[in-house]
Design a binder for this molecule. Sequence first.
Ligand code: UDP
Length: 373
Amino acid sequence: MMKYDYLVVGAGLFGATFAYEAKKRGKTCLVIDRRDHIAGNVYTKEVSGINVHVYGAHIFHTSDKAIWDYVGQFAEFNNYINSPMAVYKDELYNLPFNMNTFSKMWGIKTPAEAKDIIDKQKAEYSIDEPKNLEEQALSLAGKDVYEKLIKGYTQKQWGRKCTELPAFIIKRLPMRFRYDNNYFNDRYQGIPMGGYTKIVEKMLDGIDVKVNEDFFDLKKSGKLSDGTEVEYDRILFTGQIDEYFESKFGPLEYRSVRFETEELDTDNYQGNAVVNYTEYEVPYTRIIEHKHFEFGEQPTTIISREYSSEWKPGVEPYYPVNNDKNNALYEKYAAEAKREGNVIFGGRLGQYKYYDMDKVVAAALDCVREEFE
Ligand code: UDP
């Protein structure tokens, strides 16, 4: 029989941050994960000397110095700056939307020329308060950028029309009138040298961790799969909140992603870590060439084509679909969660929020403060 202060369900960034902080405060944790590895969706795996982002591109970026310093305890970050390219039919553009994009699209040179074109395109719509992603994109960037770089990509990624998606999704992307291809506006950015898995390994150092362990089986039987009986005072649950409550109010919607990964016998396939394919007709959303996250010079390369799909049981959930309908449903689960005395819900799936990694760590540290201070 093993006894713990906390059962942490999910060995991703949220769970690992919480467990690390709990241990520092003298608490005992058992961390379980139903996958066969730790690190959740930030998991990276070395193949032919290249750290492969197995669950998609993860670029750490934040404007919060405290969070940057916090993750810096566990890894050294390189100076990678995300500057994705976008392919639309036979045209190639820089992202995010900036003077390089506009200059290529319209053959212009100055910010005034670009603003003039965008203002004229915007005037065709007269949108005061954007109600959805399409209106937000049109009022931000005009018709050409919307049609070539946003519409098809978004529809592929979310499986929904841009008119049926919340505006905030596109607000994540900077729009600037400078020649600046940095995808993020954040002060700090980089990739942990040696991969993300090492960060989570360090966080979980000295903590009991069991992979291939299903929470719902444990809850039912009180035993781990090897037969060990386990007791715990409190639970931190970072899985899907609706699954925890057996979807009693109905299922929340998530998007999933599938990767087709292959090793190619060339040292450089696309010349960039991330290339987005923004036309609807190309079935994948982007191709990741993993070595470029760490400026790799290996003789071969590994690429992943990313295909987006609706989540269904049996595949990994990635993105909560935060439209009005799902947010309202989530509120019901959140109210139920408050009544569930000894359980904390955290992370992208537990809080049903489209969190970036820095926000996950910040939310976990908030949760720690609430729990222990
Ligand atoms: N987006 C787009 N075209 C692009 C890249 C992004 O329209 O080439 C939009 C799309 O709606 C996407 C959102 O911007 O869902 C956020 O993109 P981001 O790259 O931040 O998404 P993530 O990396 O989290 O999948």
